[in-house]
Design a binder for this molecule. Structure first.
Ligand code: CTP
Length: 407
C-alpha cells in the first residue's frame, strides 16, 4: 500500500464530539488502524451520549480519555503530554459548540484543554445542522480557527438526521481518512520533491548597538505561505526577519536581521524550484553602524543618518543564472496597486507579483488580505480572505503552474 510505510508509525489523537455523526468515528478508527495509524481516543461528555467509551476503546485498543480532572489520568499522562503524544489531532464530529469554544480559546473540558495546550496540527471535521453551520457566529469561528492554522474537511452538502438539507453533514470516514493521510504525509502532496525559499517579516538595519531601522511587517502572510507550501509537500526554507510568529509545521527556519543577511541565507538555500519573497526588506540601511551607543549631547544638533541602498533580494534571485523556475514577489502598495505591480514585475524580473493594497485598514499586522496576482498572462483579482487562505490558494496556484498549468 503506497504511503503506508511513511505514515504507519504515526499517531492520531481523535477527539469525538457530541453529535449524531459520532458513530462514523468508529468506522474512521477502523480505516486508520488498517493503515497502521495508532489512534488515541478522547470522548467529550456530549460525545459519550452517542458512542460508548467501550466501543471506542476496543477499536482503538487504547483507553479512552474523558475527564479533565481524573486523578489517575493526570498520574498516568497529563493533558499536556496527551496532546503532544500525537502527530495530528482530529476533532470529529466538530460541533458548533466545540468550534466556538476552540475559537475562543476556552479550556473548560479535556477536549478544549488539549486543543489549547498543543502546537500539534489540528484537523476538524464539522457536523451540525445547516442553520447552525451557516450562522454568522459559526462562520466567524471557522475563519478564526482557519487563521489559527486549523485544517478542515467537510462539511458535505446533503440530507441530515434533523430532516434538513444543506451543508452540515459530516464528511464520510473514507474522505476523513484521506485528509488525515495527507496531513500526516505531505510527502505525497503536489509539491513533493520541490524546494522552496520564502522570505518573510521585516528586516532590522542597525544604527548603533541598540537602535535599528525597521518596519511594521508582522511576517504573518509569509509564514502562512511557507506553511502552505510545506503542507503540499515542498521542502521549505523560511528566511525570517525578526518576528514573533511560530514556525509552521515542516518548515526549516533561518532567522536573520538585515537585508544582507537575508540575501545570503536565500543564496545559501539555492538551488530551489520556487522563491516567494514576502519580506518587507528595508530599502536602505545606515551607511555606518556606530560601534557604541550614540549619545545625546546637550546643545548639539541631532545626528544625521546617512543611508545606502540595500541589495534587492527578489531582483537578485530573479536574475541569477540558477534562478528558481518560479519567482514570486509581493508589492505592498497604497495607490494604483495593479499599475505599480506591473512595473515592478518588469523591474524585478520575477514571474508573478502578488499585489496587496495596504491602504485597506487592518492589512498590516492583520489576519486578512485582498490580493491580485499580476503576471505576463494578466491580472487575477482575488476576494478578501484570511491570510492563511490566501497562502493556501497561492501554494495551490504555484503547484499547478509548476505542473505545467498556467504560469
Ligand atoms: N524586495 C526584496 N529586496 C528588497 C526590496 C524588496 O526582495 N531590498 C522584495 C519584497 O520582498 C517584495 C518586492 O520586492 O517581494 C516588492 O517590494 P516593495 O518594497 O513593495 O517594492 P520596492 O522595490 O521597494 O518598490 P517601491 O519602493 O516602489 O514600493
Amino acid at each position: 500500500m503506497e504511503g503506508a510505510g511513511t505514515v504507519s508509525d504515526r499517531r492520531v489523537l481523535l477527539i469525538v464530539g457530541g453529535g449524531i455523526a459520532a458513530y462514523k468515528c468508529l468506522e474512521l478508527v477502523r480505516l486508520l488502524r488498517g493503515r497502521g495509524i495508532a489512534v488515541r481516543p478522547v470522548l467529550t461528555e456530549a460525545g459519550s451520549r452517542f458512542v460508548t467509551p467501550l466501543s471506542l476503546a476496543a477499536l482503538c485498543e487504547d483507553r479512552v480519555h474523558t475527564d479533565l480532572f481524573s486523578l489517575t489520568d493526570e498520574a498516568e499522562m497529563g493533558h499536556i503530554r496527551l496532546s503532544r503524544s500525537a502527530d495530528l489531532i482530529v476533532v470529529a464530529p466538530a460541533t458548533a459548540d466545540l468550534m466556538a469554544r476552540a475559537a475562543a480559546g476556552l479550556a473548560n473540558d479535556l477536549a478544549t484543554t488539549l486543543l489549547l495546550a498543543t502546537d500539534t496540527p489540528v484537523l476538524m471535521v464539522p457536523a451540525m445542522n445547516v442553520r447552525m453551520w451557516n450562522h454568522p457566529a459559526t462562520q466567524r469561528n471557522l475563519t478564526t480557527l482557519r487563521a489559527d492554522g486549523v485544517r478542515f474537511v467537510g462539511p458535505e452538502v446533503g440530507d441530515m438526521a434533523c430532516g434538513e438539507t444543506g451543508p452540515g453533514r459530516m464528511a464520510e470516514p473514507a474522505a476523513i481518512c484521506e485528509a488525515i493521510l495527507e496531513a500526516l504525509s505531505p510527502a505525497h502532496g503536489p509539491l513533493a520533491g520541490r524546494r522552496a525559499i520564502v522570505t518573510a517579516g521585516p528586516t532590522a538595519e542597525p544604527i548603533d548597538p541598540v537602535r535599528v531601522l525597521t518596519n511594521r511587517s508582522s511576517g504573518k502572510q509569509g509564514f502562512a505561505i511557507a506553511g502552505a507550501l510545506a503542507a503540499l509537500g515542498a521542502e521549505v526554507v523560511l528566511v525570517a526577519g525578526p518576528v514573533s510568529e511560530p514556525t509552521p509545521a515542516g518548515v526549516r527556519r533561518v532567522d536573520v536581521e538585515t537585508a544582507r543577511e537575508m540575501l545570503a541565507a536565500c543564496e545559501a538555500a539555492l538551488p530551489a524550484d520556487i522563491a516567494v519573497c514576502v519580506a518587507a526588506v528595508a530599502d536602505w540601511r545606515p551607511a555606518e553602524v556606530s560601534a557604541g551607543k550614540t549619545k545625546k549631547v546637550a546643545g548639539t544638533a541631532p545626528p544625521e543618518i546617512q543611508l545606502v541602498e540595500n541589495p534587492d533580494i527578489l531582483a537578485t534571485l530573479s536574475r541569477r543564472a540558477d534562478r528558481p523556475a518560479l519567482v514570486v514577489g509581493f508589492a505592498a502598495e497604497t495607490e494604483t496597486v495593479e499599475a505599480h505591480a506591473q512595473a515592478k514585475l518588469e523591474r524585478k524580473g520575477c514571474d508573478w507579483i502578488v499585489a496587496n493594497d495596504v491602504s485597506r485598514p487592518g492589512v498590516m499586522g492583520g489576519t486578512a488580505n485582498t490580493v491580485s496576482i499580476v503576471s505576463a498572462a494578466g491580472i487575477e483579482r482575488w476576494e478578501e480572505a484570511p491570510k492563511t487562505e490566501v497562502a493556501a490558494r497561492l501554494a495551490a496556484r504555484i503547484a499547478a503552474a509548476l505542473d505545467g498549468g498556467p504560469a
